[in-house]
Design a protein around this ligand. Structure first.
Ligand code: NAD
Length: 312
């Protein structure tokens, strides 16, 4: 399959490398000039489960798209949520009438942005449990295993979504076609809406958060707000199961892990994805007339902290 990976950070690099190694025709597009320069010179350099590898693929900046003539069957998006709209505004020439877009970003409401640029029946949404991290321009750490769950946004996209599942299977990405990916997206957003935001604000890891007396009530209240809003979008979250799923991380192998929002905000002073997590619940809650005081406050606090650390 001809695939463009849009956003070649940690996750974009992982998917590009695995799909490229499986024989797919991969083109990369990224907005960070230093990253593009490094990949163009030496390929994506990765610690791939302890083995150092370099994979060369054609790479472009958004400014080069018009002249590039790139035409892909599938665009796999791996930007940060807050980069989505401005990037799509710059790369509209990538989207042809028969191009599908797959979005596996963390958070909710990406379809509201993508619908402005891509026909709804060419949208595929999902989640992934794979992980990845950048250590510098063109350099990534790809350790461990993962899975992908995806579904076409409209019924007409099902045949192509199934083709994507086959291609991902061939690349060892452990994909699964989902009959209700919206549920999985909301369930995963509850993990990010609790652990990511609280660890970033409290400057602690997952295990340390779990040891605080306030953790259970914070989790319950935030998850309840997510569930109340999700219900208006046709998703009936099992809040007890979601709570257990999140709380289980407090004593799991990942307890000493600092979630990505902590890494972005506290460690690297980057603008966060909060507007597509707790911020999306606050925004949608307002639209549906549902009070979301915790999600609203947490979003404001994250934005205030972004300003205090001069996040970019
Ligand atoms: P990332 O920050 O590694 O990369 C995203 C974009 O930001 C890329 O275009 C990259 O080039 C750019 N970027 C990275 N560092 C930069 C810097 N210092 N200056 C300028 N630009 C920079 O993001 P990611 O971790 O690949 O995440 C992409 C999406 O996948 C997000 O929605 C995330 O929540 C989700 N996700 C990530 C993981 C993970 O383990 N990383 C797991 C599941 C889902």
């Amino acid at each position: 399959m001809k695939i463009t990976v849009l956003g070649v950070g940690g996750m974009g690099s992982r998917f590009a490398i695995m799909l490229h190694q499986a024989g797919n025709d991969i083109t990369l597009v990224d907005g960070w000039q230093a990253n593009v320069d490094a990949i163009r010179k030496d390929g994506i350099q990765a610690n791939f489960n302890g083995k150092q590898i370099a994979e060369k693929m054609p790479v472009y900046t958004p400014a080069e798209i018009d002249k590039s003539g790139i035409k892909a069957d599938l665009i796999v998006v791996f930007l940060k949520s807050n980069q989505l709209e401005s990037m799509f505004e710059q790369v509209q020439a990538l989207i042809h009438p028969d191009t599908y877009v797959l979005c596996l970003l963390n958070g909710i409401g990406h379809e509201d942005v993508l619908e402005k640029f891509v026909a709804k029946d060419h949208l595929i949404l999902g989640i992934t449990m794979w992980t990845a991290g950048m250590t510098g321009p063109g350099h990534v750490e790809l350790v461990g295993d993962g899975e992908v769950e995806l579904q076409n946004f409209e019924p007409a996209g099902k045949d192509f979504a199934l083709q994507v599942v086959d291609v991902f299977k061939g690349a060892g990405l452990n994909p699964k076609y989902s009959d209700n990916v919206k549920y999985s997206i909301w369930r995963k957003a509850c993990v990010n809406g609790t652990l990511n935001v609280l660890c970033a604000l409290l400057d602690c890891n997952i295990g340390e958060l779990g040891k605080t007396r306030e953790a259970p009530e914070l989790l319950h209240t935030i998850i309840d707000e997510f569930a109340a809003v999700a219900k208006h979008e046709g998703v009936d979250l099992d809040t007890a199961e979601v709570y257990d799923h999140v709380a289980a991380t407090f004593t799991a192998d990942i307890a000493d892990h600092y979630p990505s929002m902590h890494q972005d905000l506290v460690q690297h002073h980057r603008v966060t994805e909060v507007d597509f997590i707790d911020g999306a619940v606050a925004r949608k809650g307002k639209k549906y007339g549902i009070a979301t005081p915790y999600c609203t406050l947490l979003t404001q606090l994250v934005h205030a902290k972004e300003q205090l650390v001069g996040a970019k």
